[in-house]
Write a protein that binds this ligand. Structure first.
Ligand code: CP
Length: 352
């Protein structure tokens, strides 16, 4: 499913930021290095599927610092670290951190560096995770910085697209990707479009309510490699022929005022829309959470049993991708294969 050959040299050095082993932005990746990371994620699949165990990170401690709400990112990063044999220390929200007493990002980061071996940070301000990273030499991973970036989500999304396309005999080069909803504040789409723009001749249909369009600087960055970007304000204009529909939640918590007034039910992705505009091979994705409250008009639950809905395949892929991120940043990816042992128990879910 990968088109680029394996590159020479440690992956963590090739994606480093000023010599530091961190993951702050998808801008750190080339097409070659992102596919090398996915090869590491493929190697992690037996562990993620509970067929094998590994203790390659035994003795290492992860600091999971989440100053904004999260289920998937916080738990899957923690689970990924534990499944490689490490341990996790958590802090959630400002209330239960000494930032509530006025402690700075610099002091918090320096202090945490003495306690843990890597940090994953989610913070409501764009650029804040980079500020944490500047204050330490331990690996820092951006778990979402306000409306900025969410690189691990984009990596698991691209990994999911390439996996689904491989099953369907498609390539991302030349594909049609429709992104729908709040493209202004949705940090996952900011990271994902930049990552997909490493591929060639991709057509991006950006469908958003007025006022919630993709920022111009991201459109400019994604307009390379022969990629074509069209901005639409209705589903009917942008969905036809799409290979992937990537729906997003409206990030009302980031609105400064009543700027969401233009958001109408016309943007909901549901069975009727899919049946009207899409083929049996269209993939429907969403970073989740989806807003299930009445009137929210987020991705409909009426697609839950449709095989085109890939949202839970996305969430499952969060584990091997985040294991790969840790293995690469901590420089142990070469040890994983030899560290694997069979499990002595069986996971009862759909996984594995
Ligand atoms: N996709 C995502 O970031 O989910 P959480 O907010 O639950 O972490």
């Amino acid at each position: 499913k990968y088109t680029q050959s394996v590159q020479e040299g440690p992956l963590r050095d090739r994606i480093a930021v000023e010599g530091k082993h961190q993951l702050l932005s998808v801008d750190q990746f080339t097409r070659e290095s992102v596919e090398d990371l996915f090869r590491v994620a493929d190697m992690m699949q037996p562990i993620a599927r509970r067929q094998k165990v590994s203790r390659v990170l035994e003795g290492a401690v992860l600091g999971n610092l989440f100053f904004e709400a999260s289920t998937r990112t916080r738990v899957s990063f923690g689970s990924a670290f534990c499944r490689l044999g490490g341990s996790v220390c958590d802090t959630t929200g400002f209330t239960f951190s000494s930032m509530a007493k006025g402690e700075s990002i610099y002091d918090t980061s320096r202090v945490m560096s003495g306690y843990v071996d890597a940090m994953v940070i989610r913070h409501p301000e764009q650029g804040s995770v980079a500020e944490f990273a500047r204050a330490t030499n331990i690996p820092v991973v951006n778990g979402g910085d306000g409306p900025g970036e969410h690189p691990s989500q984009a990596l698991l999304d691209l990994y999911t697209i390439l996996t689904e396309f491989s099953r369907l005999g498609k390539l991302l080069d030349g594909a049609h990707i429709a992104m729908v909803g709040d493209l202004k504040y949705g940090r996952t789409v900011h990271s994902l479009i930049k990552l997909m723009a490493l591929y060639k001749n991709v057509k991006f249909s950006l469908i958003s309510p007025k006022g919630l369009e993709m920022p111009a600087y991201i459109i400019e960055q994604a307009s390379r490699n022969g990629n074509m970007i069209e901005q639409k304000s209705s589903l009917a204009e942008g969905l036809a022929g799409a290979d992937v529909i990537y729906a997003t939640r409206v990030q009302k918590e980031r609105f400064a005022n009543e700027e969401n007034e233009g958001y109408t039910p016309d943007f909901q992705i549901n069975r009727a829309i899919i049946d009207a505009y899409c083929s049996p091979e269209t993939i429907v994705m969403h970073p989740l959470p989806r807003d299930s409250r009445p009137g929210a008009n987020d991705l409909s639950v009426d697609l839950n049993h449709d095989p085109r809905l890939a949202i839970f395949r996305q969430t499952d892929n969060g584990i091997p991708i985040r294991m790969a991120i840790f293995a690469v940043l901590l420089g142990v990816e070469g040890l994983v294969q030899h560290s694997m042992r069979d499990v002595t128990w069986r996971h009862p879910s759909h996984v594995g």
